[in-house]
Each structure stands twice: as structure tokens, then as C-alpha cells.
Ligand binder design. Structure first.
Ligand SMILES: C[S@@+](CC[C@H](N)C(=O)[O-])C[C@H]1O[C@@H](n2cnc3c(N)ncnc32)[C@H](O)[C@@H]1O
Length: 276
């Protein structure tokens, strides 16, 4: 961790991504949820093959990558943040971690599965960047290989509940970490022309000289355009559903079938690389 006496540092645009130990503390491990989600979907949608190779894009601190490696996958994991990758290398043996950008990622050999979880794709705002990322994922996959995406759902903001929960009021969250209380005040707003959900967040803690202000944004992707962008990237969509998923309530493996009415706050995609 990079904590100095005066507290964590903001290097890029996100305090938590810049300080992986604080990130892990603020986002407690979902345990097996993400890994089980991936394994179950592969079981359900992939053609049978031997030992599987998997690429995790936007791996963060590498928790999911390490679990998937422990369950028998040969895992390569990339993240654009050098700090995340340094932390992952130090804490998660058994995975090949690389600094890399979703838009240009390559693997030395074709993999069977690409995962991109936790809204990583939505950090790319332009259509051209999203298609570049999807095209790169397709190049990393063997023909017929699977892409699994997990992210915030743009369609949720078309529901009354979505607007109420996301846009109504500033939220305040406190994180206790290493004898300090970190307070995050967060406001979300819609940027309609850019089709973005913009987040403004101020972090304070006892002894900080001034609040740390963050401005980040997620692309709002709607189902039809996502299917279209996937096609442009070289994928056929096999499943697009809002629940159950690793972050839904009830969580994966929820009972029953995959829900496709898309009223929930998460979006999950299984897509297959088109054979060419
Ligand atoms: C919310 S975290 C998700 C981490 C992890 N996949 C999870 O589900 O917990 C998003 C991650 O995406 C990474 N990221 C953002 N833009 C990226 C890009 N263009 N290429 C690769 N990683 C990116 C960030 O550094 C961050 O670690």
C-alpha cells in the first residue's frame, strides 16, 4: 500500500484504484461468487475442452483471477493500473499478471475464456474504444471461445427504481481502515448527450489537508447497442440477463432461469467468438 502518514494518494482518477489495499477493504471480497459465476457459465455455454486458459481483463487486485487459477484455469490477468498489478503480483501467486489496456490486450496463445467483470468495460466511453476492446478480446480467444461480461446496467436508469436509487440524493459512506475513518460523499448525475453516468466523490479523513475530489464516469450501455457492439467486435451474444449474478440479490447461483427483462441494476453477458 501506498499510505503515507497523511493518508492515501490520488494518482489517477480513482482513490481506491490508486490504493489497492484500501480498495480491498472498501470492497470486501465477494468470496467465490465471481469465480463460481464464471465457472458455471463456462460449464453451461462452452464446448467441452481440456484444461482451460482464461484472460481476466480489469483484474484489479486479482482476487477473481487467483480463485479461477486455484480451480484449474491457466490464468493471465491484466489491468491498466500499475499499482493494482504490483499489488496483485505481491499477493496472488499462480497467476500471470500484466499491466495492459483492454483496447490493445494480447495473449501469447489463444485462450478459451475472457472475463471482464466489475463494470471495467464501462470505463471506456467512446463506441470506438468499446469496439477496440471487444475486438482485442476476440483476438485473444480461440474461435468459439467465450466472453463473460459483468457490469452496471444502463437500462436500470430507465426504471423508476433505478432513478430513485442512483440519482435521488448524495450518499455518504464510511470506511474504517488502519485506525482511520475515511468518509466518501458521492453524487451521481446523468450526462445525457454523452450517455454517461457521472460520479463526483469527495474523500475526507481525520488529518487530511483537503478533501480528495474524484470525477469518474461509466458509459451507459443499452441492450440493443451492446449486442450490436459485440457483433462489430466479432461476437455472437448467447445470453444477456440481469439476474442472477454475483452482485445481485439473491446472488448467483440464484434459483431458476436467467432473467432477461433487464429491470435490475446489473447486466451480464455471455458471448461467443464468431468463427471466421
Ligand atoms: C471496479 S474495478 C473491477 C475489478 C475486478 N474485475 C472486480 O470485479 O472486482 C475496475 C478495474 O478496471 C481497471 N480498468 C479501467 N480501465 C481499464 C482499461 N482500459 N483496461 C484495463 N483495465 C482497466 C481499473 O484499473 C480497475 O482495476
Amino acid at each position: 500500500m501506498t499510505r503515507s502518514d497523511s493518508g492515501p494518494e490520488l494518482v489517477g482518477e480513482n482513490l481506491l484504484t490508486d490504493n489497492p489495499a484500501l480498495y480491498e477493504h472498501a470492497f470486501p471480497d465477494t468470496g467465490e461468487r465471481n469465480a463460481r459465476f464464471v465457472r458455471d457459465l463456462v460449464e453451461r455455454f462452452a464446448e467441452p475442452s481440456g484444461r482451460r486458459a482464461l484472460l481476466d481483463v480489469g483484474c484489479g487486485t486479482g482476487r477473481d483471477a487467483a480463485r479461477l487459477a486455484a480451480s484449474g484455469y491457466a490464468v493471465t490477468a491484466v489491468d491498466i493500473s500499475e499499482r493494482m498489478i504490483a499489488y496483485a503480483r505481491a499477493h496472488r501467486p499462480g497467476v500471470r499478471f500484466e499491466v495492459g489496456d483492454a483496447r490493445t490486450v494480447r495473449t501469447p496463445v489463444a485462450v478459451d475464456v475472457v472475463t471482464c467483470l466489475g463494470s471495467t468495460l464501462l470505463h471506456l466511453h467512446d463506441d470506438s474504444d468499446i469496439v477496440a476492446a471487444l475486438t482485442s478480446f476476440a483476438r485473444c480467444l480461440r474461435p468459439g471461445g467465450l466472453l463473460i461480461l459483468e457490469m452496471r446496467s444502463g437500462a436500470f436508469l430507465l426504471t423508476e427504481r433505478g432513478r430513485r436509487e442512483l440519482l435521488a440524493a448524495e450518499s455518504v459512506r464510511r470506511v474504517e481502515w488502519e485506525s482511520r475513518t475515511y468518509t466518501a460523499r458521492t453524487a451521481l448525475r446523468l450526462d445525457l448527450p454523452e450517455q454517461l453516468l457521472r460520479r463526483q466523490r469527495a474523500w475526507t479523513w481525520d488529518g487530511c489537508a483537503a478533501p480528495i475530489e474524484e470525477r469518474t464516469a461509466w458509459r451507459l450501455l443499452f441492450p440493443r447497442e451492446l449486442r450490436y457492439l459485440l457483433r462489430l467486435g466479432g461476437f455472437e451474444t448467447l445470453a444477456l440477463f440481469d439476474a442472477p449474478g454475483p452482485l445481485t440479490e439473491p446472488p448467483w447461483p440464484g434459483a431458476g432461469k436467467l432473467a432477461t427483462d433487464l429491470v435490475g441494476d446489473r447486466l451480464h453477458v455471455v458471448a461467443r467468438r464468431v468463427r471466421s
